[in-house]
Design a protein around this ligand. Structure first.
Ligand code: PLP
Length: 354
């Protein structure tokens, strides 16, 4: 059966609101340009949005030097991930992804009656050989998040190329780049360049993370004209709102906001990782992350569940993922400076008191 998606918490069990470091949102919020565009975008609420999102596609194409005709947009990248399975897999087919992959892949596969096939990880990251070993003639879609959620691990460009080269041409390779904007240029996994020339690659991105527009639900994707045509045939007709399209255009052109968000994340992710590393004598360990969160492993007296509860008691929601096979880990979004410092102090107190 299908288990529903479990969202990151924003409140304690007693209803008390919490500071939400459980859903990998932008702790700095939304840039002023996107906010202003959003506000202007609600002037005409009676008219349907542009079903072709032409101006949004032009803006994305301009920024990343892409063909606007080959860009699709969705109600979050979630919609696009689902469309990929719906268009390419059906009952009895296999959908492949790596253990500790994004939880939507399992839901998207089961929703269309396909069989989810899970490859073992390598140190919480991608094992390309393990993935390729599980490809059969029933494999229709391979999903990979890069950087990955919930682990934060990064699969380098050379490994992405090797994975693609090893896949049969009729298997759709969905490369989910929800956190790609947090990378330096030198860390690019080559996904968009691959989608530019390969006929079986679909790259997805989102406005929910660095762009600070998670509430508006906007994602986009890039693939061959044939794939984009197949996805358009089954998407909802007006799947991105007028205000959302306008806010997204402003956000993608706001380089200063993106840079500020990226720099903030890099600085405080490194700082928090150091603070956790300093608690290694208490069994705490971080998985190296290239995203806007850290996966922290609890291998000493302090358990992940106790840390979750301890952080919650101090007003912070983080993410415990026993349902995804990670009972000894917490995923913590990089917050503001004050939030990140508070989380580190709480973890130290909990670890020392355990
Ligand atoms: N892909 C990954 C790896 C994610 O972590 C998320 C959200 O957390 C998404 C996709 C979905 O994002 P959205 O639907 O908001 O674009």
């Amino acid at each position: 059966g299908i288990s529903p998606y479990v969202p990151g918490k924003a409140a304690a069990d007693d209803g008390r609101p919490l500071i939400k470091l459980s859903a990998n949102e932008n702790p700095l919020g939304t840039g002023d340009a996107a906010r202003a565009a959003m506000a202007a975008g609600i002037a005409d609420l009676a008219t349907y949005p542009d079903p072709g999102a032409a101006k949004l596609r032009e803006a994305i194409a301009g920024k990343y030097s892409l063909d606007p005709a080959r860009i699709i947009y969705g109600t979050g990248s979630d919609e696009l991930l689902h469309l990929a399975a719906s268009a390419y897999a059906g009952p009895g087919d296999e959908v492949l992804y790596v253990r500790y992959g994004f939880s939507v892949y399992d839901i998207a596969a089961r929703r269309v009656g396909a069989v989810p096939v899970v490859a073992p990880d390598k140190d919480y990251g991608t094992d390309v050989d393990a993935l390729l070993a599980l490809v059969t003639d029933r494999t229709r879609v391979v999903y990979l998040a890069n950087p990955n959620n919930p682990t934060g691990t990064m699969t380098p460009a050379s490994e992405i190329a090797r994975l693609h080269a090893g896949l049969p041409g009729d298997v759709l390779f969905v490369l989910d780049q929800a956190y790609a904007e947090y990378l330096d240029d030198s860390e690019d996994d080559g996904g968009l360049a691959l989608a530019e020339k390969a006929s079986n690659v679909f790259v997805t991105r989102t406005f929910s993370k660095i762009h600070g527009l998670a509430a508006e639900r906007i994602g986009w994707g890039y693939a061959s004209a044939e794939i984009i045509d197949a996805l358009h045939r089954i998407r909802a007709p007006f799947n991105v709102t007028t205000a959302g399209q306008q806010a997204a255009i402003a956000a993608i052109n706001d380089n200063a906001w993106m840079e500020r968000s990226r720099d903030h994340n890099a600085q405080w992710r490194a700082w928090l990782a150091e603070q956790v590393a300093a608690l290694s004598n208490h069994g705490l360990r971080v998985v190296p992350s290239k995203a806007n969160f850290l996966l922290i492993l609890f291998e000493g007296k302090l358990t992940a569940e106790a840390a979750l509860k301890g952080l919650m008691a101090e007003g912070y929601a983080t993410r415990w993922l026993p349902g995804q096979g990670l009972p000894n880990a917490l995923r913590i979004t990089i917050g503001t400076e004050a939030q990140t410092r508070a989380v580190a102090a709480i973890l130290r107190t909990l670890a020392e008191g355990a």
